[in-house]
Design a protein around this ligand. Structure first.
Ligand SMILES: [Ca+2]
Length: 180
């Protein structure tokens, strides 16, 4: 299992309920699963605002995002940046419950969007949100597929641009993939 590291100002996780939002940088998908795989470690925060500020490289300030508590507000904030961050784009936002409820708990960024056949993976979502995600939206020309196990193994659901539920994979999701 991977270790989750906490950024300065973040409150240490004492249980899944404590973490409000984790952010991870997706890695380029590789055609050969036997090739060496990179698993980026999520950075977790105790508020959506801090997480969104980190995810957008400051394009959305923590102050602007601090009061955001609904998916619509969060999406509007991300849209206001055109999906842009300092050196990456937001390609996915995931929620604790079905129908984008229960709070946005996970943001995925990448070095670019899903145009031109570019695809991205999160090989392991990390301990803080493992088997916890239950709905999600993708951005930046991406659709997303969710997977039961790490490294895109096991059962899958998708691709979907937006998914209010993942059926039997709700709260079973351990890895993600993104493509146009
Ligand atoms: Ca799983």
């Amino acid at each position: 299992m991977s270790t989750v590291f906490f950024a300065t100002n973040a409150v240490a996780d004492t249980g899944k309920d404590q973490v409000r939002h984790c952010v991870v940088e997706a890695t380029p998908a590789t055609a050969d699963k036997a090739a060496p795989q990179v698993t980026n470690t999520p950075v977790c925060f105790d508020s959506i605002g801090a997480g969104v500020a980190h995810a957008t490289g400051g394009a959305v300030s923590a102050k602007a995002a601090a009061g955001v508590d609904s998916p619509d507000e969060l999406a509007a904030l991300i849209d206001s940046t055109g999906g842009k961050a300092a050196d990456s784009v937001v390609i996915g936002i995931f929620y604790d419950s079905n129908n984008f409820g229960g709070g946005a708990i996970y943001t995925v960024t990448a070095a670019g969007d899903c145009s031109g056949g570019q695809s991205w993976v999160v090989n392991n979502v990390g301990d803080a949100v493992n088997d916890d995600i239950a709905s999600g939206k993708s951005y930046s020309l991406c659709s997303h597929t969710v997977w039961e196990h790490a490294f895109q193994y096991g059962a899958s659901y998708g691709p979907r641009i937006t998914s209010e539920s993942y059926g039997v994979l709700d709260e079973e999701i351990t890895s993600l993939s993104f493509a146009n």
